[in-house]
Write a protein that binds this ligand. Structure first.
Ligand code: ZN
Length: 390
């Protein structure tokens, strides 16, 4: 059923969204992936007196209080919207770890507002909105973790002076609220963001300036889980796939929702026992993200295949180990079973026959515990990474 996601949005907010569409298409695209929610009840208004974002299951929710938001001009609302979008893009929630949440939010808010003011040149009435900026005494790099350390030290000193333990007490807060995610594991949240960013990149919406901002401001880490997430980012993510439907009188394209079923192929080289519990970890990661696994076990030929839908099925899975390593039969098996449209992950030690993935249409990730596999034919959709086992 087509759902009109802009239907209930007041005109002043639509104006700001249109402004984004015209001048900042990347942020507009991110907004299209959010559910925009006006808080109605008194309890919710108390929780969200201004605006804030959270992920509720698989959906990004932008919540706003109409009484507050409507008092701002279009450029100011654009500033506020972009501030919230950056909370999602910069992965604010995952990066806090064991730090003081309140202070971490403050540091993140300062970084975002600084970006909007100094990099994007957004002009706003600072008296009215009261955004937080990095203190003028702070001279280091404007990155959340570094700024956090600085504010934390300062808060500790101030706290001591007053004989209090409360870190962050007395620190002024930003205009928005920072809501807890609901029922959304960290990896899923990250996948949702990755998926949106990769769609925007593929559509040419991310300018080199924005690309620089994103690489500079987001934490860097590369593990097999990241590689898997990149591979799966088109498969996992929003539980409903957004599709373009029709245009409304404002010229905004609206989107409808269509349910999709997600699958991934996993080819397991069972010639050795080199993967240990990594297999279980990896497969359960995929299942937890609501993706079905078409699992093919292969040593010199296909020994077993199974569609795994639930954790229970995963736990009762048996591994059929064996002799040498000839993996091409597993690839041919996927093609024969018409599974070549789905992304594929292969776990192997890499000491295989020369492999040909030309017929697999989706992305292919090889996780190898030994050496890189030898490849032939079309291979620009294939990515190989060496993984440390155990
Ligand atoms: Zn904020």
């Amino acid at each position: 059923m087509v759902e009109d996601i802009f239907g209930k949005i007041p005109e002043y907010l639509l104006k700001a969204i249109l402004y984004l569409q015209n001048y900042y298409p990347f942020y507009f695209e991110v907004m299209l992936n959010m559910e925009i929610i006006k808080v109605e009840s008194e309890t919710m208004k108390q929780q969200v007196p201004t605006a804030g974002v959270r992920v509720n299951k698989n959906v990004i929710e932008l919540m706003y209080n109409d009484d507050w938001l409507k008092t701002f001009t279009t450029p100011e609302i654009v500033f506020i919207l972009k501030h919230e979008i950056f909370h999602i893009l910069l992965k604010a929630h995952q990066r806090c770890k064991s730090r003081n949440q309140k202070l971490f939010n403050i540091a993140q808010d300062m970084v975002i507002n600084n970006l909007l003011k100094n990099t994007f040149g957004h002009k706003i009435d600072e008296e009215k909105l009261q955004p937080l900026f990095p203190p003028s005494e702070y001279h280091d790099e404007i990155i959340t973790e570094k700024l956090y350390d600085w504010i934390y030290e300062k808060a500790k000193k101030n706290g001591k002076g007053k004989g209090e333990k409360g870190e962050g007490d007395g620190q002024k807060e930003n205009f928005d609220v920072h809501l807890e995610d609901i029922d959304c594991p960290e990896e899923v949240r990250e996948l949702i963001t990755e998926r949106i960013v990769s769609i925007c990149k593929a559509r040419g919406l991310v300018t080199s300036n924005e690309e620089n901002i994103l690489t500079y401001l987001r934490p860097k880490r590369k593990t097999y889980i990241d590689e898997m997430m990149m591979l799966l980012s088109n498969t996992i993510g929003l539980k409903k796939k957004l599709t373009w439907s029709r245009e409304n009188k404002y010229g905004l394209c609206m989107r409808g929702y269509k349910r999709v079923r997600n699958k991934v192929n996993v080819i397991l080289d069972t010639s050795g026992s080199m993967w240990g519990e990594l297999i279980q970890k990896m497969l359960s990661f995929i299942i937890r993200n609501n993706v079905e696994i078409f699992l093919v076990q292969n040593d010199t030929e296909v020994k077993d295949h199974k569609l795994i839908r639930r954790m229970k099925e995963l736990n009762s899975m048996k591994i059929h180990g064996g002799g040498g390593t000839i993996m091409q039969p597993a690839i041919n098996f996927l093609i024969k079973n018409k599974m070549n449209d789905y992304p594929t992950i292969m776990l192997t030690d890499g000491y295989t026959d020369t492999l040909n993935f030309s017929m697999l249409k989706n992305k292919m990730l090889i996780l190898t515990s030994g050496q890189h596999c030898e490849l032939e034919g079309k291979k620009n959709h294939v990515r190989q990474i060496k993984v440390d086992v155990l």
